[in-house]
Design a protein around this ligand. Structure first.
Ligand code: SF4
Length: 109
């Protein structure tokens, strides 16, 4: 599992990345390959029930291993969001929408 100890407020067993290969969230290879892997990982993050805690924890702690995909963001995207509040606000809204969609899907199931 790749999750960090700082994620104490959620059930980390729900993390979708814990159910996949951790390296999926630390893409390597050529630029095209990295982009493709990142997009796939971020798409899965938006289906993850703990995305909000994961993302906020990554933003708050500026984790030492700031590399990789956390809460549907890359290291560079998180750096941009630290400098540009409108990007942070936009991502938080995307997370809220994703969680609403998960809730609707859960109710329909
Ligand atoms: S949001 Fe993404 S990186 Fe965070 S726990 Fe969920 S699947 Fe893992």
């Amino acid at each position: 599992m790749k999750l960090r100890d700082s994620l104490t407020d959620v059930d980390v067993s729900l993390a979708l990345c814990a159910q996949t290969a951790p390296e999926f969230y630390f893409p390597e290879g050529t630029a095209g390959s990295i982009t493709r892997q990142s997009l796939n990982a971020k798409a899965l993050c938006f289906e993850c029930p703990i995305i909000s805690s994961c993302f906020e924890s990554a933003m708050e702690t500026n984790w030492l291993e700031d590399w990789g995909i956390w809460g549907a963001t890359t290291r560079h995207e998180r750096a941009d969001m630290r400098r540009k509040p409108f990007l942070l606000k936009e991502h938080r809204e995307n997370i809220r929408e994703a969680l609403r969609a998960q809730q609707i899907e859960g109710e329909a199931a």
